[in-house]
Write a protein that binds this ligand. Structure first.
Ligand SMILES: *[C@@H]1O[C@H](CO)[C@@H](O)[C@H](O)[C@H]1NC(C)=O
Length: 205
């Protein structure tokens, strides 16, 4: 009897230790910016939002098309300050400071590419603790699209686009955003600082 109870407890503990894997394309990953058909991100500010109750850990799994050696992203927990994390091909345990201690409170994790280059994340999946309860993110009705050059891409900013005027504006309005910005870009089809069609050469878009 007691032995059986121990076995049941062991099984229950194993069940609790399990994790939930949320694959790319799941409604529990709200994507913004540009992701291509290899599930790889482009453009500064591209990222995702993940909402979950009782969240304690998050591991991001990236494929081999991820920028090598790493891509810098900002991570914001519950609308707190953006912390820079360098992500690499493989498993990335992301520190999440500022999670709600109450298991009934909802947490919002936001992730955004900082760089205008070296910013490819081939997002395979996000893993969270198995007793977390993911929820579908409800986007703001306000959604900005920004088109711009270095000033909008955050070139030379410490945290890249996260410190740039467009990203900050979207933050202030609590709006969704999509940023198409590249240093030297022009809004007309001319060779502009090496951007042969005003923005990017077609091969790299
Ligand atoms: C991220 O990587 C860059 C270089 O690629 C480095 O300068 C920076 O210190 C790293 N940041 C963190 C938070 O590890």
């Amino acid at each position: 009897m007691f032995k059986n109870l121990l076995i049941y407890l062991a099984i229950a503990c194993l069940a609790l230790a399990q994790t939930t894997v949320i694959p790319y394309g799941s409604p529990y990953l709200f994507l913004n910016g540009r992701w291509d058909d290899t599930d790889t991100s482009w453009w500064a500010g591209t990222g995702f939002k993940l909402v979950a109750k009782n969240l304690r850990m998050m591991t991001i799994y990236l494929g081999d098309m991820t920028t090598s050696p790493s891509a810098s992203v900002g991570v914001s927990v519950n609308y707190g300050a953006w912390q820079t994390v360098n992500l690499t091909f493989g498993a990335n345990a992301v520190p999440l400071a500022g999670l709600n201690s109450s298991p009934l409170s909802t947490n919002v994790i936001r992730l955004a590419n900082e760089g205008w280059q070296n910013n490819n994340l081939q997002l395979e999946a996000v893993e969270i603790n198995g007793d977390a309860i993911p929820e579908v993110y409800t986007p703001s009705e306000l959604n900005f699209q920004f088109i711009g050059d270095s000033l909008s891409a955050g070139q030379y900013c410490v945290q890249g686009v996260i410190n740039a005027w467009d990203f900050v504006t979207a933050e202030n309005f609590k709006a969704e955003h999509s940023i198409q910005a590249q240093p030297g870009a022009c809004l007309t089809d001319i060779d502009c600082w090496g951007n042969i069609h005003g923005t990017l050469p077609s091969s790299s878009t």
